[in-house]
Design a protein around this ligand. Structure first.
Ligand SMILES: *Cc1c(COP(=O)(O)O)cnc(C)c1O
Length: 711
């Protein structure tokens, strides 16, 4: 099995490694590699949305020749290439060191979405980014792991907000030849194709490979000549609204994914299902085993023994239910060959006392076919055990076999280059190897306040500049009058306390909670000598009308004279803007309706960059908050009803802002530095950075689960 050679119009010999660099997402967590691409053509780098493959396709050949004889550039290039090569030649990696006997065993990691970088737009939000960060840490730790996902013809939508606050969604076309992926080929040189029986036909899947450091991520697609035209469209969009299409997507991921691995002669010892969408893999694995001989029951037992299922949300919309008749309709041939009776399969996806005899729940199906199950924070573990206790009525609540591994972030991806430079200056470049050492991060105390504060100011001002550009562009596009465009050029103050709130707009996240007592909010935002500003961002699924209404409410407030220039809604929240926003604010706020936020990860990104969390004690924050590293909204308790909860939580927001956060932020020493504030920043970095990261998370997965399955 080989890959296609990269074809670029022209690359000078002296720079011939640029192709290797462009085709490995390794660049995305190495700021110097990003800077290298940026140096090549700053404007083009922005225009191609930070996609190095496109950059190399579109850059002027003359410019490349100039760079090939530019001593300063060449020195930088050589350094990046040598870091790149060193990464792959490193032998004393965590996994090899700890599990020398398991290096030939392999883990398969399935997910419906992967958020690795804006140049590979096949993600929508938190779930995908977590999967992407999982692969990056798996690469850093040198786990023998492969990812399996889907390649969508269109990027998850680009969000535009109209002049009147309506969300409009535009789906941009993904040109695969311009993305950092390559076809997997047969020995004959033809693209590898696997087939899945759907209804009475076969759907063909091509297999693509994206490289994430040492890790391969295999992506399946149907949009090529072997398929009839409607089948070419099945993988048009992630989280497509049409239920039958969504079901077929999930069948292709699960069944097609197992077949692709088989065709590549990859035989995993451990199977990790990231959320229930991908679990038709279990059905296919049973079929494979039964066709080799043996009963369906014994095959079920065997596949279960090396399966791990991670559940990501208690919210019903995330625990997907299909009609079993539709499942049976689309995938009948595979069910037939699996030897499983339809009723047996159906019962695997049903509660015993189900009121809907046709409901097939992907979470229940995944639970019933997995030996290991985990939730994504300690509190979510409790919630999930309660939620699914009914599947083990004979057990006591605490014995329900659902564990918990708290999510993390890939720190090297999410710490901005400005913070990396600060750490480099103070600790030397080796801090990257001590990311998980809590004792090492105690040293943050010795970081001079003035330097830390300077970096924080730079980050805030860059964010302000970025937002002004975005807002003026948006208003020009919307045809707003000149005055209104000019007004946006002056929005935001450079030294104001800046609060950020951005996430997928779902009801339980309560994006508008802050406006519950509008007068109170207004008085907080208009205190003399204490300027405060709040930045909102987030997309709503195009078919989620209530979500779109919430966006309009926030947008309308941002245009109201009471708040104009102080409350801003920025359109099109994606990974690139997330990096800028989360690192540029002083306070990162989160207001989920407890206990519905399973984990959340953006607050971890904030902490790693020196922004301070101000959040409901839900998900990860319930275990991270220690009284000295940020602030809580509300109390560590449950409420009787949502009215009482909203009332208490909103009061808590206003009171904490007024009495604690503002006074602390504006209390300066004679050099203008807020020393007490920076103490909280440092507490936050030192308690959160070494713990809430995916290196720790992937190690936990390995020690608690993978290692038991890898023979
Ligand atoms: C980190 C991230 C998320 C997930 O954040 P939550 O805290 O889980 O809401 C979503 N979208 C983007 C673009 C992100 O970077």
């Amino acid at each position: 099995m080989t890959q296609v050679e990269h074809h670029f119009p022209y690359i000078p010999d002296r720079l011939d490694r640029l192709g290797d660099l462009a085709y490995n997402l390794w660049f995305s967590w190495h700021s110097k590699a990003v800077r290298l691409f940026q140096m090549m053509d700053r404007k083009l780098w922005e225009n191609v949305k930070h996609n190095p493959v496109r950059l190399l396709h579109e850059i002027d050949p003359q410019r490349l020749d100039d760079l090939a004889s530019d001593a300063r550039f060449l020195e930088y290039y050589d350094r990046v290439i040598s870091t790149f090569d060193h990464y792959f030649s490193k032998q004393d990696t965590w996994f090899k060191y700890n599990f020398p006997d398991k290096k030939n065993s392999l883990i398969a990691y399935f997910s419906m979405e992967f958020g690795l970088h804006e140049s590979l737009p096949i993600y929508s939000g938190g779930l995908g980014i977590l999967a992407g960060d999982h692969l990056k840490s798996a690469s850093d730790l040198d786990l023998p792991l492969v990812g399996i996902g889907l390649l969508y013809r269109e990027a998850y939508f680009t969000q535009f907000i109209s002049m009147h606050g309506h969300q409009q969604s535009i789906y941009l076309y993904n040109d695969y030849s311009d993305m950092p992926i390559a076809n997997v080929l047969e020995d004959s040189g033809d693209p590898l194709v696997v087939k899945v029986e759907i209804e009475d036909r076969e759907v063909a899947l091509r297999v693509w490979e994206a490289k994430i450091g040492r890790i391969s991520l295999y992506l399946l697609d149907t949009d090529f000549h072997e398929n009839r035209s409607d089948d070419r469209e099945i993988l048009k969009r992630l989280y497509i609204g049409n239920r039958d299409m969504r079901l077929v997507q999930e069948i292709l991921l699960g069944v097609g994914g197992v077949r692709a691995l088989q065709a590549m002669n990859i035989h995993p010892a451990a199977w990790h299902m990231n959320e229930g969408h991908c679990n038709f893999s279990s059905l296919e694995r049973v079929r494979e085993m039964v066709e080799k001989g043996g009963s369906a029951q014994s095959a079920l037992k065997k596949i279960k023994a090396n399966s791990l299922f991670t559940t990501h949300t208690p919210v019903p919309a995330g625990n997907e239910v299909f009609g079993f008749d539709r499942v049976a309709h689309f995938i009948d041939p595979v069910i037939q060959k699996s030897g499983l009776k339809k009723d047996t399969l159906k019962s695997l996806g049903q509660e015993e006392m189900s009121h809907d005899p046709n409901a097939f729940n992907m979470t229940i199906f995944s639970i019933n076919t997995s030996r290991y199950i985990n939730a994504v924070s300690q509190l979510h573990g409790q919630v999930a055990r309660q939620m699914w206790h009914k599947l083990w009525p004979e057990l006591s609540l605490e014995d329900v076999p659902i564990g918990a591994i708290t999510n993390g972030i890939h720190s090297r991806t999410w710490i901005t280059s400005e913070m990396k430079d600060l750490f480099d200056l103070h600790f030397g470049e080796d801090w990257r190897y001590h990311l998980m050492r809590e004792d090492f991060w105690q040293n943050i105390g010795s970081l001079p306040d003035a330097q830390l504060w300077k970096t924080r100011q730079i980050l805030r001002r860059k964010l302000r500049h970025d937002i002004r550009c975005r807002l003026t562009a948006q208003r020009e596009r919307n045809g707003e009058p000149r005055e209104s465009v000019d007004e946006a050029k002056n929005y935001l103050e450079r030294n104001a306390l800046t609060i950020g709130f951005a996430r997928r707009v779902a009801e339980y996240k309560r994006a508008t909670l802050l406006f519950r007592n509008r007068d109170w909010l207004k008085s907080i935002l208009h205190k003399p000598d204490m300027p405060v500003q709040i930045i909102f961002a987030g997309k709503s699924h195009p078919e989620n009308q209530p979500g779109k209404t919430l966006i309009k409410e926030i947008y309308d407030e941002s245009r109201n004279p009471d708040f104009a220039g102080k409350i801003i809604f920025v359109e099109d929240y994606d990974m690139a803007f997330a990096r800028r926003l989360i690192s540029g604010v002083d306070v990162w706020m989160n207001t989920p309706r407890r206990p519905l936020e399973a984990s959340g990860t953006s607050g971890m990104k904030a902490a790693a960059n020196g922004a301070v969390n101000f959040s409901i004690l839900d998900g990860w924050w319930q275990e991270a908050y220690d009284g000295s590293n940020g602030w809580s909204i509300g109390e560590d308790r449950e409420y009787y009803n949502s009215w009482e909860q909203d009332e208490a939580d909103s009061r808590s927001i206003y009171e904490t802002l007024e009495k604690v956060i503002l006074p602390l932020f504006f209390k300066r020493d004679e050099d203008g530095v807020p020393a007490e504030w920076l103490e909280i920043v440092k507490n936050s970095i030192k308690t959160i950075l070494p713990v809430f990261n995916t290196d720790r998370m992937v190690r936990d997965y390995t020690m608690n689960y993978y290692k038991n399955m890898m023979k």
